[in-house]
Design a binder for this molecule. Structure first.
Ligand code: TYM
Length: 334
């Protein structure tokens, strides 16, 4: 069976419904047909300088949300990135194969670096995509399920894998494909339906998986909708980005098609759609939160699941890293 790998940053107390629909829901669907590895990328989260106690807590919370969303630790390998030190070791090897200009062209880096200024921007933020490439290549992953915003990082990963194969011989690295499901790859902010919903802009426009559901319902009811004269409910992202985004979320939490939902609410005004969507999202979130809180209530058991995952991840990672090191010409220790 082919292998897949993906991860999320534990930078906030809660994931967003965008993380769920764009990534976690795909992870769960894929774990039946692939050998899946899902990690909490705590080393990546260090780029935002978290408080140590808060980082530890958020790492567990992120893992609990993977489990609540349906990641099955029996079938998939669920682990914390820093528990497998091979990630950082491979990252160094890859950083020596990455062009400075190439890394400088990463748009997420450019956006963040622009906000933080030269002195505020760390080398870690710059090499972030190289560590991400290491996460993927370390497991010979063939497929990487992510949202649209990770496409450029995946391209870099592919370029690096191909470069390794050219310089050190075929079979040095597996060239991974991105698995980006177009219909759900970018969930938009409810207040600004042309911008990505994100954890960091967690205002009224972001739906958080672990927030009070009354807040969720309120946010949905005050979502920005599209002002055309017709108030038609139809799936048309170019002309009606706000309504189309609500329909995408509605579809993801109910399993119904966007056109079918649109047909049901068309002609009844936006208000009806929002009330029904709020009910559907709350009906999804309540059992999700109950499961997540269950995992968080027993941190020792959660840590045991993660430790077991780390053992299984390391068993895969070690021989791959040895292969790459040997191809690079590093002298074996024994
Ligand atoms: P992160 O933590 O920002 O996001 C986690 C996943 O959620 C997806 N996503 C979205 N999908 C749809 N709509 C949205 N509004 C939305 N917001 C986020 C992201 O595309 C991602 O799939 N660099 C990665 C973490 C990472 C990783 C990896 C991913 C590190 N190593 C190896 C895959 C493989 C990141 O910051 O994701």
């Amino acid at each position: 069976r082919q292998r897949i790998l993906s991860g999320m940053q534990p930078t906030h107390d809660s994931l967003t419904i965008g993380n769920y629909i764009g990534a976690l829901q795909q992870w769960v669907a894929l774990q039946d047909s692939y050998d899946a590895l899902y990690c909490v990328v705590d080393l990546h989260a260090l780029t935002v300088h978290p408080d140590p106690a808060v980082l530890r807590e958020r790492t567990r919370r992120t893992a609990a949300q993977y489990l609540a969303g349906g990641v099955d630790p029996e079938r998939s390998v669920l682990f914390v990135q820093s528990h497998v030190p091979e990630h950082t070791e491979l990252a160094w090897l890859l950083s020596c194969q990455t062009g400075y200009g190439e890394a400088s062209r990463m748009t997420q880096f450019k956006d963040k670096a622009e906000k933080q200024g030269t002195e505020g921007t760390t080398v870690g933020l710059f090499t972030y995509p190289v560590l991400m490439a290491a996460d993927i290549l370390l497991y010979d992953a063939a497929l990487v399920p992510v949202g649209e915003d990770q496409r450029q990082h995946l391209e870099l990963t592919r370029d690096l894998a191909e470069r390794l194969n050219t310089r050190f011989g075929e079979g040095t690295a597996v060239v991974p494909d991105a698995h980006i499901v177009k219909a759900v790859a970018k969930i938009y902010d409810l207040q600004e339906p042309t911008a990505k919903m994100s954890k960091s802009e967690a205002g009224k426009g972001s739906l958080l998986l672990l927030e009070d559901v009354k807040r969720t319902a309120k946010k949905i009811k005050s979502a920005v909708t599209d002002a055309d004269e017709t108030y038609a409910v139809r799936f048309d992202p170019a002309a009606k980005p706000g309504i189309s985004n609500l329909l995408t979320i509605f579809s993801a939490v109910t399993g119904r098609g966007v056109d079918e939902i649109a047909a049901e609410y068309d002609g009844r005004g936006y208000g009806h759609l929002k009330v029904a969507l709020a009910d559907a999202v709350v009906a999804f979130l309540e059992p999700f939160q109950e499961r997540a809180n269950g995992y968080l209530a027993d941190p020792a058991e959660l840590d045991r699941v993660l430790a077991d995952g780390a053992d299984r991840a390391r068993d895969i990672a070690q021989p791959v890293l040895e292969r790459v090191k040997s191809r690079f010409g590093l002298l074996p220790a024994r």
